[in-house]
Design a protein around this ligand. Sequence first.
Ligand code: ADP
Ligand code: MG
Length: 330
Amino acid sequence: MAIFEPSKADASPLMEIEDLVIRFPIRKGGKRAFITPVDHVSFSLRESEVLSIVGESGSGKSTIGRTLVRVNVPSHGRVLYQGRDVSHIKGAELRLYRSAIQMIFQDPFGSLNPVRTVEQHLTFPLRKYEQVTGDKLSARIDELLGRVGLTPVRETRSKYPHELSGGQRQRVAIARALAVGPRVLVADEPISMLDVSIRAGILELMNELKRDFRISFLYITHDLASARYFGDRILVLYGGRVMELAPSSELIRNPLHPYTRLLLAASPGNPSRGPLPETSNSAPNLLEGRRGCPFADRCPLVTDVCRDEVPDLVDHGTSQLRHFVACHHA
Ligand SMILES: Nc1ncnc2c1ncn2[C@@H]1O[C@H](COP(=O)(O)OP(=O)(O)O)[C@@H](O)[C@H]1O
Ligand SMILES: [Mg+2]
């Protein structure tokens, strides 16, 4: 299966996800069955690129993110970092990979330790992964806190998570991820639990990290507006499958998949085409062996072929501007 590159002229990608399938055992009517919340997903991520994964709850976004950080193991397909399959790496190579790919979560309160100060949160990864101690350690902590905008740094160092605002806590989580010199940040809905007023500040900080450190982001969100603001490309996921993948401005201007158009119609203040009627709002069937397009049950354009055959992801763009869509009627 092809790997989806924005343009052939680009340098080789930092990460390649090839035909990834994740399956989990479940119990259905007392019997053992499997769901595949990630179903033949492929994409690449270049240095200093932001790829947004957009889709509603349950579409498989976090499962993909957790696979990149090796919490989930691929049932099929590969995750490549700098051309190396990372599924079976061990020892020193795995330690390097673990520091190269860091994850930021939705709930910064849940990911910080309530009995540790900000300083302690940063000391641990700096000692373990960077082997810095003494004055150097202290200077690095100040530098990191300054970088994520937690000033005055002296005051911030001694604070506990409960003494910080949600936005400040997310900045601590980002500083901790930065401490180990990551190349990729998997940011799983990092602003969705924050006050609307401070969301833009966190997105702006991530933008600076992308620009200044050439960090790549897998930005997971259910909100197309922030994906458009922050992402270079947008991948629209539904029922564990890629519906559409294109540069952000192209995808917003020229959405080709009915699901993308529904998402756009639902996002506030969007100048897209008029809303499409929603035919149902049932959750997608994730059972292994399901047939057809996962969006068929909800799609206003559905025909027989949609229920029988999974549509291939096909490039409807140009060699300069690649625009992939999986729809029989695109
Ligand atoms: N470890 C697991 N075991 C069984 N099912 C899981 C597991 N992790 C995720 N799932 C299921 O996979 C589906 C996709 O979940 P998730 O990736 O969290 O979606 P999203 O992040 O898009 O909301 C959900 O139905 C979820 O219940
Ligand atoms: Mg999730």
